[in-house]
Unconditional design. Structure first.
Length: 461
């Protein structure tokens, strides 16, 4: 069968990113060197050198509802677990067509759960189901040269390839950027790894805990006022999610640059550097002050602490003196609040060992919701320490439509966290559940590349 590209939408107003594919164009395609990029009530007009300008829409008027903002992009995702999958999920949720490439045994996230009834099943992993909605799924045995060639053919039709395989693996398989950029010069390839594609540690492997520790997060993570306790890992796969956000952002930036320079590029995302870049003041402590930053080792000059209520925990924060006075009034002006040892913020810090149990006794009289609402009315910035159950019951999140329900052919019906944003003209849409293993093998490999059933079976199993 002859190879043929994926059909594209015909309605231009449903293709907000069309110029990412056809503008600017190579010099050998003069008939397509000028094109229009629909952007609301105006258009971008550009040429093959990246020169362009915005022109007004001939219709004028306002912005009509369109498909997702990335609906004309095709993204290939390769790898395991969270970082590449989350990056591709962010783009899929914005309308991109994402083709998820799994090994024949499946993405490792299928094995990591959680599972309904705590019974492991490769199609019921909560982590996998969350990360892979709105995607098409295929399998390729990338240890086989024929499967490697199939991926190169898919890359020839793609805008973006995101992966989190080890740098050496991609090179050994003939799937590194040096090869793929020859197949498709307009391809944006995003490589996520623990320590980057070059440097002394680039060959090291690592999981979330390795990256968190190497990036400095574990060192400063812990209970305020206890600097001598061991470093602590944050819950879940935080560094992988952050690397995924960075990968999606940089992929879109590279696509935007493609409008100007006329070709794709390789984006190298280092998990360690992502973590290090987020640590706020940590890295300025040393060059500015010659100090190694730690978790809050000194007692704060005002109550900044978690306290237990009758039904949960709340974070108490009294930065300003008037907030402390309002808090004391809220507690009913207990006698101890008038003691000289608590007369100002400095004294409260010096005597916090005495103050804390007194505050804890008062706070335990309240429910979290009661204290939070009462503090808010007095403009005291308290914060409930929400559990996942609290979030699922949140009237605010329900009112915003954050949670959505989706049905999966194997996992059944489950509630799903939606997008943390809202577009006014190109709304987020939950189009499909996570694919079952190899669900779209024939649609993608047969329909897009023209492989026969026998050829498909030879590279997917």
């Amino acid at each position: 069968m002859a190879e043929r590209p994926l059909p594209r939408p015909i309605n231009k107003m449903a293709r907000p990113m069309v110029a990412l594919r056809c503008c600017p164009m190579p010099e050998n395609e003069p008939s397509r060197r000028h094109c229009l990029l629909p952007m609301g009530a105006g258009y971008y007009k550009g040429d093959s050198q990246g020169r362009g300008l915005w022109v007004s829409s001939p219709q004028g008027g306002g912005i009509e509802k369109m498909a997702g903002p990335l609906s004309n992009l095709r993204v290939i995702e390769c790898g395991n677990l969270v970082s590449a999958a989350y990056a591709a999920k962010l783009m899929a949720d914005m309308g991109a067509e994402v083709i998820k490439v799994e090994e024949p045994t499946g993405d490792l996230s299928r094995l990591w759960g959680p599972f309904p009834g705590d019974e492991p099943h490769p199609e019921k992993s909560g982590l996998y189901l969350y990360l892979n909605c709105n995607k098409k799924g295929i399998t390729l045995d990338l240890l086989k040269p024929k499967a490697q060639e199939v991926l190169r053919r898919l890359a020839a039709q793609a805008d973006v390839l995101i992966h989190n395989y080890h740098p050496r693996q991609m090179a050994q398989r003939g799937l590194d950027y040096a090869v793929l950029s020859q197949v498709n010069p307009r391809l944006v390839m995003v490589s996520i790894s623990p320590f980057g594609q070059n440097g002394p540690h680039s060959g090291y492997k690592g999981y979330d805990i390795n990256v968190m520790a190497a990036g400095g997060w574990a060192w400063i993570n812990g209970w305020p006022g206890h600097p001598n306790e061991p470093p602590l890992k944050a819950y879940g796969y935080q560094t992988e999610y952050q690397a995924g956000v960075t990968a999606a952002l940089t992929a879109m930036a590279a696509l935007w640059a493609r409008l100007r320079i006329g070709k794709g590029q390789h984006v190298d995302v280092s998990g360690q550097e992502v973590v290090a870049s987020m640590l706020e003041m940590t890295y300025t402590y040393w060059p500015y002050m010659g100090m190694v930053a730690v978790r809050w080792g000194e007692r704060p000059i005002h109550p900044v602490d978690f306290f237990e209520c009758r039904d949960g925990w709340i974070f108490v924060l009294c930065v300003e003196e008037h907030q402390w006075q309002n808090f004391v009034e809220l507690l009913g002006n207990p006698e101890w609040a008038r003691w000289d040892v608590f007369a100002n913020r400095l004294l409260r810090a010096q005597n916090y060992d005495v103050l804390r149990p007194l505050l804890a006794e008062e706070v335990r009289k309240w429910t979290v919701e009661e204290l939070y609402r009462a503090a808010s009315e007095r403009r005291i910035p308290f914060a409930p320490a929400s559990t996942m159950g609290d979030l699922l019951r949140s009237e605010h999140l329900r009112a915003r439509g954050f949670f959505v329900t989706i049905s999966h052919p194997v996992a059944g019906t489950y509630e799903y966290a939606g997008a943390p944003y809202k577009f006014s003209a190109t709304p987020w849409e939950l189009r499909s559940p996570a694919p079952t293993l190899g669900q779209h093998n024939r649609e993608v490999l047969g329909g897009y590349l023209g492989l026969s059933d026998e050829e498909i079976d030879s590279v997917t199993k």
